[in-house]
Design a protein around this ligand. Structure first.
Ligand code: FAD
Length: 457
């Protein structure tokens, strides 16, 4: 089987990139390890900056229907103390604030939209290894205990950052992850019903050795998500007589923040604690020397205190799609031009590296009790500082340009392709499909057209 682009991971970054490439007529396969809908460690606050992009992807209306209340205020909480500030607005319309959107809703919607655009989805399936070089990759994919190979000109790494990615070539061992360190940040999440939270207010929690967030979303469900240093988790587990890590973390959060104790006083656990990590905050671009195009967390991860990870996933995928589509003839060939990847890396850094820096500064402050104690009285005097920091962190600004009437550029004809001259709908090229193309497995979340039938045989 052969495709123009294989996308590793069907999260927000992978689905967005796949959708745009497929819309422009590329043959695209997305390989996603997990069946959807799946729970995911995430605070689930999606910044207002993403609405134009989500509309252009064709999922905005459905997301608005299923999202929680608009988030207009942020409250920083430390011990018994708290400071509130307005969240920055994007313009003045009804979409000026971010909303809470459950990952069980967002991720399947985006992936189903990619399928409607023509992408093939293998799910659950895992990319184990990527061999070859740009222009001629071969990916080893396992699904249901069987292994198969997919050839692709372009491979997009959208596998996030919390698991080791696929190995790169036959001889090389799976890229080593650093050994566990005391300062590693482990991530946790749980949801609750019947909390005492006010709609529209996002709580940012400073914990000694960690930080977190708490917010009321759709259907009266509150999400609490946090990151805690490994040594703090271990200490809490020892103190709590070997409780599971997530339960011990719940103790840390309750112990550190009066606001959480108040909010959860009469609450019931809705879905239990799940964990992920360690996180890998920082820039992972441009290359690991493997020629893969990285988007989302795989390209770079901001400390989640800023709640910008999903924005970066969506917007970096959009950015990459712009670069690939604008330079299709230079990347869909035997010897792709490395200048395109350098240009993408440069554009990525310019747009997203500042968010990563701001998030790191805020995270390190929130994790240190002495800094929190010094900063809170000042923030109480000048609460707008929090608004300014949130704005600088990208909350109200989309890093990519989304044309009003979003029309995808078409893929240039390839001389070796007999279908290259065939007239195309909406400027997209109608490429004949390889009969062996993977068939998407319908997922429980997809109640619409079966995925397998989304592309003509
Ligand atoms: C505690 C916490 C709170 C957060 N809160 C927020 C928030 O409020 N707002 C916000 O915007 N962001 C938040 N984030 C960040 C956000 O969750 C991530 O940045 C976002 O999920 C990144 O999207 P992605 O598509 O790059 O990767 P992911 O969402 O991680 O998707 C990657 C996908 O790839 C799949 N995959 C992995 N390896 C393979 C493989 N080999 N083969 C096939 N598939 C594979 C995985 O199953 C996964 O579905 C938070 C993060 C944490 C840890």
């Amino acid at each position: 089987m052969k495709v123009d682009a294989l996308v590793i991971g069907g999260g927000p970054a992978g689905a967005t990139c796949a959708l745009r490439l497929a819309r422009a007529g590329w043959s695209v396969a997305v390989v996603e390890r997990q069946a959807f809908p799946r729970r995911k460690v995430c605070g689930e606050c999606l910044a207002a900056s993403n609405w134009p992009l989500l509309d252009a992807l064709g999922v905005g209306a459905q997301l608005r229907e299923q999202a929680g209340p608009a988030l207009h205020e942020v409250v920083l909480a430390w011990e018994e103390d708290a400071v509130a500030a307005p969240l920055p607005a994007r313009g003045s319309g009804p979409d000026r604030f971010g909303r809470v959107i459950a990952r069980e809703v967002l991720d399947p919607l985006l992936l189903a939209a990619a399928v409607r655009a023509g992408a093939q989805v293998l799910q659950p399936a895992t990319v184990r290894a990527v061999r070859g070089a740009p222009g001629a990759f071969t990916c080893e994919v396992t699904q249901g205990g069987e292994s198969r190979h997919i050839d692709a000109r372009v491979v997009v790494a959208a596998h996030g950052s919390w698991q080791p990615g696929p190995t790169h070539d036959a001889g090389r061992a799976r890229r080593e992850r650093p050994p566990p360190r005391a300062r590693d940040l482990l991530a946790f999440k749980a949801t609750f019903r019947a909390t005492a939270l006010t709609p529209g207010r996002l709580w940012v929690l400073a914990l000694d050795g960690g930080y977190g967030g708490m917010v009321l979303g759709a259907d009266g469900i509150t999400t609490i998500a946090c990151c805690v240093r490994r040594d703090r988790v271990l200490a809490a587990r020892r103190f709590a007589d070997g409780l599971p890590a997530a339960e011990a973390v719940r103790g840390v959060v309750l112990d550190r923040c009066a606001s959480v104790r108040d909010a959860l006083a009469d609450a019931q656990l809705c879905s239990g604690w799940i964990s992920a990590g360690p996180l890998r905050p920082g820039v992972h671009l441009p290359y690991h020397g493997d020629g893969l195009w990285r988007v989302g967390n795989a390209a770079g991860e901001a400390h989640p205190i800023l709640g910008e990870g999903m924005s970066m996933a969506l917007q970096s995928a959009w950015l990459l799609a712009d670069h690939l589509l604008d330079n299709a003839s230079l990347v869909l060939c035997d010897a792709p031009d490395p200048a395109v990847s350098r240009a993408y890396a440069g554009a990525w850094r310019q747009r997203f590296a500042p968010r990563i820096g701001i998030a790191a500064t805020l995270a390190h402050m929130a994790m240190r009790p002495a800094l929190c104690e010094a900063a809170l009285p000042l923030l109480r005097l000048w609460p707008r500082t929090i608004t300014t920091l949130a704005r600088a962190g990208g909350k109200a600004h989309c890093a990519v340009t989304v044309p009003d009437a979003c029309r995808e550029p078409s893929m240039p004809p390839r001389t070796d392709d007999p279908a290259a001259t065939a007239p195309a709908r909406d400027g997209a090229r109608n490429r004949p499909l390889d009969a062996s193309l993977v068939r998407a497995e319908p997922t429980p979340a997809d109640t619409g057209a079966p995925l397998a039938a989304s592309r003509p045989p």
